[in-house]
Design a protein around this ligand. Structure first.
Ligand code: NCD
Ligand code: ZN
Length: 350
């Protein structure tokens, strides 16, 4: 069977290895959008205030489970927000209890709600060493924040100035480079051992920086790290569809109400929870690699995190007519616009 004849694809239920669920009314609105298709997700801790301690992560996990609609099954995989005051013993206890699956490093000021992040990396050395010892992965928002570094170069500079030195200084530390956006990052991952993995978002496989800026500014395509040149998008496509175990799906689905996006100072984040799996089927089919979608979305992530794959499956089907996705998801805080690839998608989740 050639690829264009495949009309249905059944795969192990996918997971999302980088997700923003927020809290309160927004959590209520967006959680079903993920739980419909995904079995688990790594939950980002950048609430206001951030989820720093094991006790805060346990309370957040309870709020997520309380917001889960009756009949839906979903497991939130909790993370701790790394600060310069983080206590290594608290991290170790939260890991030992099974509650926490990763610690998240935000360079201070790098992105939405990152002001409590790390400025002086020497101050988090004891935590990183404890994590290496117990095998707890570090998830990194990989951008430097120096004002003299161009925003389009911030990921590549982070690898040289921050990430590679941290990894050399901390043998055995397992790291996920999250939402990579450059060929530099994909190449760095490929050059390293299995202690380094990377997540790739849905939207960075679809848009480049022209989509944000040509023909008028498109706030719903603005996220951090910002989409780069076309050559980088193509490198990400090659990495994601390769089947290589080090690359896996992290949507970085990051809901913001329209009023906050469509503004004189619009905030960063694309909301892709609702249509990610159909969009990925489209991308993998375009690349002639549909057979590797299950690795990227359902198998490589659990293998990196040393967790079992989900026990059940989902089926993607391709129709003659374009799938109708909602333009917006309603929340009691206001509407959230769904990421629009800009072309019709014929895949849907059965
Ligand atoms: C994220 C958010 O809104 O919380 N925004 C984004 O553009 N991706 C934060 C992040 O992951 O950088
Ligand atoms: Zn994110």
């Amino acid at each position: 069977m050639t690829q264009h004849q495949i009309q249905s694809l059944t795969l192990t239920r996918p997971d999302d290895w980088h997700l923003h669920l927020r809290d309160g009314a927004m959590l209520q609105a967006v959680l079903p959008e993920t739980a419909r298709d995904f079995g688990r997700a790594i939950i980002m801790p950048n609430l206001v205030p951030p989820v720093v301690t094991g006790a805060q992560a346990a309370a957040y996990r309870d709020r997520i489970l309380a917001a889960l609609p009756e009949g839906m099954v979903f497991e939130p995989l909790m993370t701790l927000y790394l600060t310069e005051d983080t206590d290594p013993a608290d991290v170790a206890a939260a890991h030992a209890s099974g509650l926490v699956k990763a610690v998240k490093l935000y360079p201070a000021g790098a992105t939405t709600n990152s002001s409590s992040g790390v400025s002086n990396f020497d101050n988090v050395r004891p935590v990183l060493e404890k994590m290496a010892e117990i095998g707890l992965p570090l998830c990194t928002h990989g951008e430097v924040t120096d004002h003299d570094i161009d925003i389009f170069d911030r990921e590549a500079v982070f690898i040289d100035r921050v990430l590679d030195p941290i990894r050399r200084a901390t043998p055995g530390l397992r790291v996920v480079m999250e939402h990579i956006t450059t060929k530099n990052a994909a190449d760095y991952v490929a050059s390293q051992d299995q202690d380094l993995g990377a997540t790739i978002t849905t939207h960075h496989l679809i848009i480049n920086r022209n989509h944000i800026l040509v023909g008028g500014i498109k706030p719903h395509y603005y996220c951090l790290p910002v989409a780069k040149r076309e050559e980088h998008r193509l490198a990400l496509r090659a990495a994601a569809t390769s089947g290589d175990a080090r690359y896996f799906l992290g949507t970085d689905s990051a809901p913001h109400v329209d009023a906050a996006k469509e503004s004189g100072c619009g905030c960063a984040g694309c909301f892709t929870a609702t249509n990610t799996m159909p969009l990925l089927a489209h991308v993998f089919e375009e690349e002639g690699k549909l057979e590797n979608l299950e690795k990227f979305a359902s198998q490589n992530g659990p293998a990196f995190y040393r967790l079992p794959e989900n026990p059940d499956q989902i089926t993607l089907v391709k129709s003659e007519s374009a799938t109708q996705f909602p333009a917006k998801i309603a929340s009691d805080d206001g509407p959230v616009t769904l990421f629009d690839p800009g072309y019709p998608i014929y895949w849907s989740v059965a």
